[in-house]
Design a protein around this ligand. Structure first.
Ligand code: PLP
Length: 357
């Protein structure tokens, strides 16, 4: 391994790349990682020298607080390559702001902006070959922070590790999903951590999601914890409903994550002269609309899939079907708009692309 020091990141490069062992046509999501990882430790009250090293296992004390109290937050973002081999991120400033917002809620110290962007740039430049061009292909980027104190005392950690790891993902068409609307379990509550990308939020979803999967549904549509009458999120995505020609999505709150995809789709809807209402939406309203033939689409929105269309939903044992999606569906149009901007194939009116140089 060769050790290089840039002006502020210590870099240890892998001698030879693992990329030749990777079958890019058959990569399962999130199981293959690039050659390098970025990390930076918080010790003695400050973030230390950032480092990039070959990706691999690391040693952590079994008493590290992350294992006992789940003091951990993360982000999910993607890098895209155009046909000129230029690499872009999509609105990374939003992910940076959000990881610190999540960190604050979990009593984790905020990470410096310069380290975040220099770390991403250095890491993506080292692992550039792992980003495949072509619409839909991308490199999934996972920044995260864990509490590393060796102490099983239920108090915030004094020490943390911030890391970035990357995983290549292939464009794939997952088709539609069937969803079940929650009437017992909740994802988040008022005053809780639902707005944060806190690791424990996801662990808590696995069990109720498993229950609906046994009944033939892939995801849960989460409702408000108090009354289970307002529609909030779809699995780990934000959710949109189309009634007639109007899109509707719930306003963000303590309970609803402020997704970058959601925010971008609201803007793209406006650009396409599609009315998008941001307001609370009741389960009854979509059931009524479904019965009257006015419910045209439901889709989830998030970085991983961009848009994930729903073919049917279940509520209290009754299943409601949605019309088939086609080229005119809002989900189709808006997804193509997003991908074209992300892959530098369309004008970037809102300044969302961020080139890695
Ligand atoms: C990450 C996430 C989203 C989507 O956010 P994006 O920024 O669009 O990827 C939506 N809901 C939850 C609960 C999430 O964790």
């Amino acid at each position: 391994m060769s050790k290089v020091s840039t002006y502020d990141i210590d870099i240890v490069k892998r001698e030879s790349s693992k990329i030749h062992d990777v079958d890019f046509d058959n990569i399962p999501f999130g199981r293959v990682f690039t050659d390098h990882m970025f990390y930076c430790d918080f010790i003695d009250g400050k973030w230390q020298q950032p480092k990039i090293e070959p990706y691999g296992p690391m040693q952590i004390d079994p008493s590290a607080r992350v294992f006992h109290y789940g003091q951990a937050v993360f982000e999910g973002m993607k890098a895209y390559k155009d046909d000129n081999d230029d690499v872009f991120l999509f609105r990374p400033d939003e992910n940076f702001a959000r990881i610190n917002k999540s960190a604050k809620r979990l009593a984790i110290p905020e990470f410096p902006e310069a380290y975040f962007f220099e770390g991403l740039t250095a890491l993506l430049n080292l692992d550039r070959a792992w980003i495949q061009s072509g619409k839909g292909n991308s490199l999934y980027i996972r920044p995260f922070v864990i509490a590393t104190d060796s102490a099983i005392a239920a108090a915030p950690s004094q020490n943390y590790r911030f890391m970035i790891i990357c995983s290549p993902v292939k464009a794939y068409y997952k088709g539609t999903v069937k969803v079940s609307i929650a009437s017992k379990y909740s994802r988040s509550a008022n005053g809780g951590v639902g707005f944060a990308k806190a690791a424990g939020n996801y662990a808590a979803q696995f069990y109720p999601t498993g229950l609906v999967q046994e009944k033939g549904y892939q995801q849960v549509i989460w409702t408000d914890a108090d009354t289970h009458t307002f529609l909030e999120e779809a699995g780990t995505m934000n959710v949109f409903f189309r009634i007639d020609d109007t899109l509707i999505t719930a306003p963000t709150s303590d309970r609803i994550l402020d997704g970058v995809t959601r925010k971008s789709l609201i803007q793209l809807a406006e650009d396409n002269n599609i009315t998008c209402e941001v307001r609370p939406i009741k389960v009854d309203e979509i059931i009524e609309a479904s019965k009257n033939g006015r419910l045209k689409e439901i889709f989830g929105a998030g970085t991983a899939a961009v848009i994930s269309p729903v073919s049917a939903f279940e509520y209290h044992g009754v299943e409601y079907e949605l019309p088939e999606i086609n080229e005119q569906s809002y989900s189709t149009t808006l997804k193509q708009n997003m991908l074209s901007i992300q892959h530098n194939l369309a004008e970037d009116k809102h300044g969302w692309r961020y080139e890695i140089k």
